[in-house]
Design a binder for this molecule. Structure first.
Ligand SMILES: CC(C)(COP(=O)(O)OP(=O)(O)OC[C@H]1O[C@@H](n2cnc3c(N)ncnc32)[C@H](O)[C@@H]1OP(=O)(O)O)[C@@H](O)C(=O)NCCC(=O)NCCS
Length: 188
């Protein structure tokens, strides 16, 4: 179940690739966006140009120190402009993956998130993943809407599964509920 360094999701019109130094200005802007920040767990706590440059260099060279946590920049294949970011968290013993993604604030509500979910699911299914999951805040209308459009089904309400508005679980004791949505390789 090896994941490639880059994946050309032609049907979705997106390129999943490693982060580059050229992405850093956009990462600085978007990681300081209040809606996006909670979904960037794993990036450095200090979201400055310097901190993000170091992070991009580190994960750009190693891909990811954790083979079950695959972090991709999502770019426009024509211009290479950064549109979004996605992390695929793999549970190998179950052939399950969870997607966590964010879309650059200036291109929201234009279908990018829907295409990211589609492209990332497709990548997972081609690598032998059977079940792709999303954990969505119950008040996150956009994510619920796009999950349904891609073919995910709502399966459960999970108590206090998500971090609150802070950076990540480690530095944040506030937690919130989430909805479990899943998409199987064998779904239509
Ligand atoms: C959630 C997020 C990824 C969605 O990305 P996006 O590119 O804006 O999503 P899309 O444009 O593909 O789809 C959003 C849908 O919600 C709809 N929508 C937006 N606001 C809405 C509202 N208030 N009521 C009903 N529908 C709404 C849009 O019309 C669109 O549907 P359509 O494609 O049928 O027109 C993005 O907003 C984001 O990065 N948020 C911060 C991080 C985050 O919440 N990640 C959650 C991952 S589970």
């Amino acid at each position: 179940m090896d994941f490639p360094a880059a994946y050309d999701a032609a049907a979705a019109g997106l390129l999943l690739r490693p982060y580059r130094v050229a992405d850093v200005p956009s990462l600085v802007t978007n990681s300081n966006d209040a809606e996006t920040r909670p979904f960037m767990a794993g990036t450095p706590a200090e979201l400055t140009t310097k901190g993000l440059l170091e992070w991009v260099r580190e994960i750009g060279s190693q891909r990811s120190p954790d083979p079950d946590r695959l972090s991709y920049a999502v770019a426009d294949p024509a211009t290479d402009e950064l549109l979004a970011g996605v992390v695929i968290h793999v549970t190998r013993r179950r052939d399950v993956a969870e997607l966590v993604f964010w879309v650059c604030a200036d291109v929201r509500d234009r279908g990018v998130g829907t295409r990211v979910a589609r492209a990332s699911s497709e990548l997972c299914f081609t690598r032998g993943i059977h079940r792709v999951e999303l954990v969505i805040r119950p008040d996150d209308i956009r994510s619920r809407h796009l999950a349904k459009a891609v073919g995910f089904q709502r399966e459960a309400h999970l108590r206090e599964v998500l971090p609150g508005s802070g950076v990540s679980f480690g530095s944040n004791t506030e937690r919130q509920d989430g909805e479990l949505w899943a998409h199987l390789r064998t779904d239509a």
